[in-house]
Design a protein around this ligand. Structure first.
Ligand code: SAH
Length: 264
């Protein structure tokens, strides 16, 4: 009984933390580093026929920065926008309606590692700043089955930019996401799972600072006030500030890489 109560308390804590994270992030255009310019660049490298009736999944879509732009750029595409946080999908739904795109963007609340799709259903699987939640290799292996042969996977993933790196940084990422690796290792994983790389580039600094961290920092004060400076809210901001400081100090060593690959 005690153990069960402990478990329920733990679940409630996680839910409260998720609510805080949704509140901190949902009014920003994006929930991770990126920009419209780089999304366009990745789409260009995908080499798809923009007028085709493409079936697309945007996995870990957040409030839909990529889904909305893809729907704008691909006038006959149909986009399933997946995230496990309904709070983000509600914002996406509203944005799609405002832009007259709700007939072609379908928000769907699922966990990225348990998707109700059929094999070979999609022409394009898109995912910006999200695959790390299940791990790059597991994500590539699992998601690629939903692509048609010749379909395209376009995924951004945290990547080492240099051959060696400072110990402090190495230790941080070893703790946070040990799968961080150079692009060559990520490409090997793509090839191992039947996806042949057709394009790669690194997200520039403005994707982190101008399009992600600065709008996020602009919310900190109000976020803390709205949550009465609770310990949990304060802890979230402290973690964000640490992450921002780390990026500013070590941006020469890591960024998101954008990987575009064709399913064989
Ligand atoms: N692609 C968006 C959001 C990136 S942030 C953008 O670039 O702005 C990562 C997203 O992954 C968040 O929206 C988070 O809710 C979602 N996410 C995290 N774990 C998930 C899971 N297991 N299943 C589905 N979505 C998940």
């Amino acid at each position: 009984m005690l153990a069960k109560q402990g478990f329920i308390k733990y679940i409630i804590q996680i839910m409260n933390e998720l609510e805080l994270l949704i509140d901190l992030h949902k009014d920003n255009d994006r929930q991770g580093p990126g920009s419209d310019t780089e999304t366009r660049k990745a789409l260009m490298l995908a080499g798809l026929d923009h007028s085709a009736s493409l079936k697309i999944a945007d996995i870990g879509c957040g409030t839909g920065s990529a889904s909305l732009l893809l729907a704008d750029l691909l006038p006959n595409a149909d986009i399933t926008a997946v995230d496990f946080l309904p709070g983000f999908l509600d914002v996406l739904r509203m944005r799609a309606e405002q832009r007259g795109l709700s007939n072609r963007i379908h928000p769907a609340a699922h966990s990225m590692d348990d998707l109700p799709f059929e094999e070979a259903q999609f022409d394009l699987i898109w995912s910006e700043g999200a695959i790390y939640n299940m791990g790059f290799e597991e994500g590539i292996q699992y998601w690629s089955r939903f692509l048609k042969p010749g379909g395209i996977l376009a995924v951004s993933e945290i990547t080492w930019l240099t051959d060696s790196r400072p110990t402090e940084l190495k230790e941080h990422w070893q703790k946070e996401y040990p799968e961080i690796d150079p692009a060559s290792a990520k490409m090997k994983i793509l090839e191992k799972h039947g996806c042949s790389p057709v394009g790669y580039f690194v997200l520039p600094e403005n994707c982190w600072i101008e399009h992600y961290y600065t709008p996020l920092q602009n919310r900190f004060k109000k976020f803390l006030a709205d949550h009465n400076h609770s310990d949990k809210a304060q802890e979230i901001i402290t973690n964000e500030e640490f992450e921002i400081g780390l990026y500013k100090k070590y941006k020469a060593f890591y960024s998101y890489g954008f990987y575009i690959a064709e399913k064989i």
